[in-house]
Design a protein around this ligand. Structure first.
Ligand code: XCC
Length: 652
């Protein structure tokens, strides 16, 4: 049986056995007992899933199809081959993710412009980042206000999102290592902008366009660079300009932070602009008093997905859970209101919210939900921002008095966490980049892994994230994390110094000496740039190319189309990927050798899998993609990869 091709898909019982957070088990059982359904039930009803879809061999890029590739019909109606279809499906997923992060970047950057022009009532808190970026971009600083500088930076970021002429992305020029820039230029894959590369990728893959899979793979790499520099760096740095660079702080996370006798408001999505204003209004004495008037003892704010991890990083606001936990959170019956902005808000959450009387408020025109209260934020029409934020705060509190409170069960789990890590604060905590480099070289730290990404119903919820990371800590590998992975690791207690008991001697000593947790939550998914910057700074300090360093990108439970670009962003820099289960690629599956009686297996092959998971990418970029669904084996693969890199460098 090859896992995840319709065999070995976990059912509810397996999830109940393997999921690491006891709170999750309580809630799955409660929601089931309440007679309500979650993704687990819908996932079961979808079995078996289409094996053509799982392998990426179904072509829906015109209306002649759909065409499916098989031994009987090895080409689509137009003549497209399997390789062309598979790579086209992957690049279309990548650019959907690029579009999502691009839209996120657009909102943040236009908010800076609005603030700089005095149209949006927010204060720019990231003074250091403004100066730093102005210097890096070569702007004239003297005699300009911070707002003027921020406005000029925002204009450059907008250009990086939208440029149509053949100029490079400015953030790429400023941040990428020279060794990579030379390589990308040689490969002719330097991108123009997010918008241009999305357009070109869709153009190349439409009916009757490009039929050279290698050229589409080239566009894939170009788009991955646009994704990385225009939308990840763009969003992450712009958010730091708006709200400041995070500093480490202690907090508590997990479902137990919600309180039965308080108004419980969850904040959800990715772009933390409107919510910044809503928090300001919630803290007004009159709104706090309103909650008391309705009989609540106070107001609890909890974070979901990346808006949650962003707010944890900046303000220490407790996080609750991730994309596949959002229904479980509603199932507590304790959530009065969820305020959502954009992305990763699944329809199942609203279905369950209706069952438990939870109010949903949407704040982004791209993310409408029928039946939700809708008060959108648009940075180009900010006139009613304060007023709308006030209404949202008031509506959320009022939901407390109207709600059916008979079905409440809040799991008791509360977990300590030490979050809020930015690139700068990590370097500072280790006493400078030189010192961190020394710890890596002398073997106190064996390597650094960035463990990130979504959850997937195809693995027992959160078990791959947590199992892999526990093994890495035992082997003295420092872990950085973002997004939904970070929720799993936060709730498992791994983002706290108290996880020291699970660590090897090297990491233990580091935790003691530098007062850092072994897993550092660096923010939302766009903040993977912080990890990339750390990798770049270490390699620059040591004079070694990133591809030769003991680093790895790990995506144990990929889900959203956005994750394709996350892995490829690191791959493009020479950081190998370990993903938890096969991308929609016909994975070279072991087949019994014909005529063999002793179980001998032969490895299948196809061009796309051979390129990304074999010598193609390795020779070109210095990195490749490993696929391993079983978390214990995945951890071993990461360990071997890190060991190999250390051996090659002559490090013990
Ligand atoms: Fe994936 Fe980014 Fe969404 Fe979670 S929230 S499901 S993209 S890990 Ni960002």
């Amino acid at each position: 049986k090859y896992p995840y091709l319709n065999a070995d898909m976990p059912d509810k019982n397996e999830v109940l056995q393997k999921t690491p957070n006891p709170a999750t088990k309580v809630l799955i059982e409660k929601i089931t007992a309440d007679g309500n359904e979650t993704y687990l039930d819908r996932f079961a009803s979808q079995q078996p899933q289409c094996s053509f879809g799982l392998k990426g061999t179904c072509c829906r890029m015109c209306q002649w199809g759909p065409c499916r590739i098989s031994e009987k019909s090895p080409r689509g109606i137009c003549g497209r081959s399997q390789d062309e279809i598979v790579i086209s499906n992957i690049i279309r997923a990548l650019v959907s993710g690029l579009a999502a992060h691009g839209r996120h970047a657009h909102e943040i950057i236009y908010t800076i412009k609005g603030v700089a022009e005095g149209k949006i009532n927010l204060k720019l808190k990231g003074t250091d980042r403004i100066i730093d970026m102005a210097e890096k971009l070569g702007l004239e600083i003297n005699n300009k206000t911070l707002e003027e500088l921020a406005g000029e930076i925002a204009d450059i970021l907008v250009e990086d999102l939208s440029r149509m002429n053949n100029q490079n992305i400015r953030l790429l020029e400023v941040f990428a290592p020279q060794e990579r820039k030379d390589l990308w230029s040689k490969l002719d894959i330097l991108p123009r902008s997010a918008a241009y590369e999305v357009m070109e990728a869709l153009h190349m893959t439409t009916l009757g366009s490009c039929t050279d899979w290698k050229a589409i793979a080239g566009q894939e790499k170009r788009s991955a660079l646009a994704y990385c520099y225009s939308t990840l760096f763009g969003s992450s740095l712009a958010t730091e300009i708006l709200f400041g660079v995070p500093e480490p702080k202690e907090t508590e996370v997990n479902y137990g932070i919600m309180k039965e006798d308080h108004v419980n408001i969850l904040v959800h999505g990715h772009s933390p602009v409107m919510i910044e204003k809503v928090l300001e209004k919630i803290n007004l004495p009159e709104i706090q008093q309103l909650a008391k008037d309705y009989g609540a003892k106070g107001i609890v704010i909890g974070g979901l997905c990346c808006t949650g991890t962003e707010l944890l990083a900046r303000y220490g606001i407790p996080t609750v859970t991730n994309i596949l936990g959002q229904e479980f959170a509603i199932g507590t019956g304790a959530v009065d209101c969820v305020v959502v902005d954009m992305q990763c808000v699944i329809p199942g959450m609203k279905i369950l919210a209706d069952c438990y009387g939870t109010k949903i408020i949407t704040t982004c025109n791209s993310n409408r939900i029928p039946g939700a209260v809708h008060l959108p934020f648009d940075p180009e029409k900010p006139e009613t921002l304060d007023e709308d934020a006030y209404i949202i705060a008031k509506t959320a509190v009022e939901a407390y008095k109207d709600r059916d409170r008979s079905k409440i069960k809040i799991p008791k789990e509360i977990t300590k966490a030490y979050g809020g890590w930015s690139f700068e604060s990590i370097v500072k905590a280790f006493g400078g980049i030189k010192n961190l480099a020394k710890l890596l070289k002398d073997g106190t730290l064996k390597g650094i892994a960035t463990v990130v990404g979504c959850n997937s119903p195809k693995v027992a919820y959160e078990s791959n994230h947590v199992t892999i990371v526990k093994k890495l800590l035992e082997w003295d590998v420092l872990v950085l994390t973002t997004g939904c992975s970070s929720h799993a690791l936060l709730n498992a207690g791994l983002c706290s110094q108290e996880a020291s008991e699970l660590c090897g001697n090297g990491l233990k000593a580091i935790i003691e000496q530098y007062n850092v947790p072994p897993v550092m939550a660096v923010g939302g998914c766009v903040d993977n740039t912080r990890t990339l910057r750390l990798f770049m700074a270490l390699t620059e300090e040591m004079g070694i190319a990133i591809k030769d360093m003991p680093f790895m990108f790990v995506g144990p439970e990929p889900g959203n189309e956005k994750t394709v670009g996350q892995g490829l962003s690191f791959l493009m820099h020479g950081v190998s990927n370990l993903v938890g289960f096969p991308a929609p690629i016909p994975v070279p599956m072991p087949k019994p050798v014909k005529g063999s009686t002793d179980g001998e297996m032969e490895r299948g092959s196809n061009n796309i899998a051979d390129y990304f998971g074999g010598n193609g990418a390795l020779e070109e970029l210095g990195a490749k993609i490993y696929t391993e669904p079983y978390p214990e084996l995945a951890a071993q693969t990461i360990k071997m990869h890190i060991k190999r890199k250390r051996n090659n460098l002559g490090w013990k």
